[in-house]
Design a binder for this molecule. Sequence first.
Ligand SMILES: [Zn+2]
Length: 248
Amino acid sequence: MFRIVGIRLEMHFTFLLLLGYAAWEGWSGVPEAPWLGMAWFVMYVLLAFGCVVLHEFGHALTARRFGVRTRRILLTPIGGMAEFESIPRKPLQEIAIAFAGPAVNFVLVGLILLFVDFPGPHDLLMLSFAPSAIFKQLVAINLVLGCFNLVPVFPMDGGRVLRAALALRLSYLRATQIASWVGKTLAVLAALAMLFVVGNPMGAVLFAFIFYAADREYKMVRQRETEAEFWRQWMERFQAPPPPPPSA
Ligand SMILES: [Zn+2]
């Protein structure tokens, strides 16, 4: 889409499906004023994703401090993803980068609460374009984003914190495998709960995405580790010291 402080911001095409879904929900959900409902729902999604973008810049700019460049920030219906050119292999750096995103959301909450009161349930159900109502929505959006991302499940930041914490003791691959198992198990349980307890198929789709992301994260790391191991062995053989000369 465009470039901010040297980082490319891109939108996955399914993001447009989400906007369409929001427009439809607004249109059909507010029969007394369908156009108003539609505009409000679309505005809400755009506001939420504005906060997601700021969250991702929190990761990207922290990563830059450690010398890790961000290839792009990709927006998908389940949120943003900052894609780094390299993965910091220092667990403490990875933890700092992962925490930086939610930290942005909590800082935003703090800043907005200087100007508006803490929102109550009534404020959040109100479809209002008044600035104070919008700021109260922003408080809720940022609280949800900050907390949800700290859940210890890939691809959420909490999953990365979990992996990095495990990697302090285990190999990076093993740490990723365990974090990925935790994520996949929780995603399956949450998707089943969404389908059979809550009755929200969109929620189940979200957790299917999370399952897929957890699986992909592990497979990517495994492939990278296998390649790295291959080259390491190859280099070792190539650089092996010559056999000692036979002693006379
Ligand atoms: Zn994040």
